[in-house]
Design a protein around this ligand. Structure first.
Ligand code: NI
Length: 183
């Protein structure tokens, strides 16, 4: 097991479409999953995509139990999701703060679809099929975006709601992103 180096925004590897996983339950794949789980835990991350550790595969992990970076977040089961497909269940979106281990110390207010169904398989090839909403849906959309070379700043509609965490949440800051300023 090893904590991997997480690539940061600006690295072109984060901008490419990752490749499908074709073989499951191999020593290499299981080692990758273990290393990613350890890396996510070491960084208090809510999720991590294989391209973020320099691996060109459509594999993400996510899960939140008690995470100090997301103290108020609802629980999301620890999941290894491979070759994911997201189906949007409606047009409704909401805006909330997101962070990313590839943009340490920063947050942005990102619109995401509130209800989705996602399918895929785990590292053993066992199918996953879940219909989820809210924070769970947000995390899955964020992680799966990584597999298509998309980082959350590309999703931000009002770029004023993007910045360094300690400034954004300082006294007198912009406040709640769900009611963004319009002008
Ligand atoms: Ni991320």
């Amino acid at each position: 097991m090893a904590v991997k180096n997480v690539l940061r925004m600006g690295d072109p590897f984060l901008l490419q479409r990752a490749k499908e996983v074709e073989q499951f339950d191999t020593p290499e794949l299981n080692q990758l999953v273990e290393d990613m789980l350890e890396t996510m835990a070491a960084c208090d991350g809510a999720g991590l995509a294989a391209p973020q550790v320099g691996v060109d595969l459509r594999l993400v992990i996510f899960g939140i139990e008690h995470n100090p970076r997301y103290p108020d977040a609802e629980q999301v089961p620890q999941t290894v999701l491979i070759n994911p497909v997201i189906e949007l269940l409606g047009d409704e979106m909401d805006v909330a703060w997101e962070g990313c281990l590839s943009l340490p110390g920063m947050r942005g207010a990102v619109p995401r679809y509130t209800e989705i169904r996602y399918t895929g398989v785990d590292q053993f090839g066992e199918p996953i099929d879940r219909t989820v909403s809210g924070f769970h849906a947000r995390v899955v959309q964020h992680e799966c975006d990584h597999l298509d070379g998309i980082l959350y700043p590309q999703r931000i509609k009002d770029i004023r709601y993007f910045g360094f965490t300690d400034e954004l949440f300082a006294e007198g800051s912009l406040g709640n992103p769900s009611q963004p300023c319009e002008d």
